[in-house]
Design a protein around this ligand. Structure first.
Ligand code: ZN
Length: 248
């Protein structure tokens, strides 16, 4: 048996999954990444993945040496099923059942299933995902209970332990920026600002302090508010003292 620990990070090219990737690089000997092409309305997320991986290799030579293969899996079935503003050309707003129209039913369960199957082939039992239950959107498949129940079902179905780590589960967006700084200093914060895509429109034409985005969608609102809280706190010493305790 190998004593080398390894993890597979669900890596979308967004802020959260980039922080999760840095988190995994600080804890596992070898880290592979997987992204999913599910007919996202914009392809800029997928392009960002490659820029971020290049940036990590260029700026974090020590940790990035742990970076292994990157995988991209098609999950077109989510696009075929449709009905989400992330895969269809419809407006992102609050929809029926109190969920934003950006909700893609079953997405995270499907992502975890595909990642666990890939991990099975790669000999990796530890998955890392950026799911978070503290933000406003309330996606039911981002809840810890859903994620851990899925891990349990996958462990049974694969007859092998599948562990899903969700370091951001209880964090707000400001704490995610703090964690990035803790893991990779100003260089990682800069990489996230410059290269990650959070915006629902995939906008890369407008640059703000917190990075690129339309500045008007729900995802941009959340990202900018978190960044403002983070920089407001780091700009004065009291803020630093008031920094929330981070328990990855
Ligand atoms: Zn936006």
């Amino acid at each position: 048996m190998s004593s080398i620990s390894s993890a597979l990070v669900l890596f979308s090219g967004g802020q959260d999954s980039t922080v999760c990737l840095a988190w995994a690089l600080s804890r596992f000997d070898r880290v592979e990444t997987v992204g999913f092409d599910y007919g996202q309305r914009h392809a800029s997320e997928l392009a960002a993945r490659l820029r971020i991986l290049r940036g990590l290799r260029a700026n974090f030579a020590g940790k990035a040496a742990r970076l292994g293969e990157d995988h991209l899996l098609p999950l077109d079935v989510l696009k075929v099923i449709g009905g989400s503003a992330l895969t269809d050309a419809s407006k992102i707003e609050m929809g029926a059942h109190g969920l934003p129209t950006s909700f893609v039913p079953g997405r995270n369960v499907m992502f975890l299933t595909a990642a666990a199957a890939l991990g099975y082939r790669r000999g990796i039992s530890d998955l890392v995902g950026g799911m978070c239950e503290t933000d406003f959107s309330g996606y039911p498949d981002c809840r810890s209970e859903t994620v851990q129940a899925t891990a349990r079902a996958l462990s049974l179905g694969l007859a092998r332990d599948v562990r899903v780590h969700t370091p951001l589960m209880a964090m707000d967006k400001a704490a995610t920026w703090y964690l990035a700084e803790e893991l990779g200093g100003a260089a990682l914060v800069k990489l996230i600002v410059e290269e990650t895509v959070t915006c629902y429109e995939g906008d890369r034409s407008q640059r703000h302090d917190w990075g690129y985005g339309c500045g008007a969608c729900l995802a941009c609102d959340l990202r900018s508010a978190g960044y403002l809280k983070y920089t407001g706190a780091t700009a004065n010493q009291q803020g630093i003292a008031a920094r929330p305790e981070i328990k990855p």
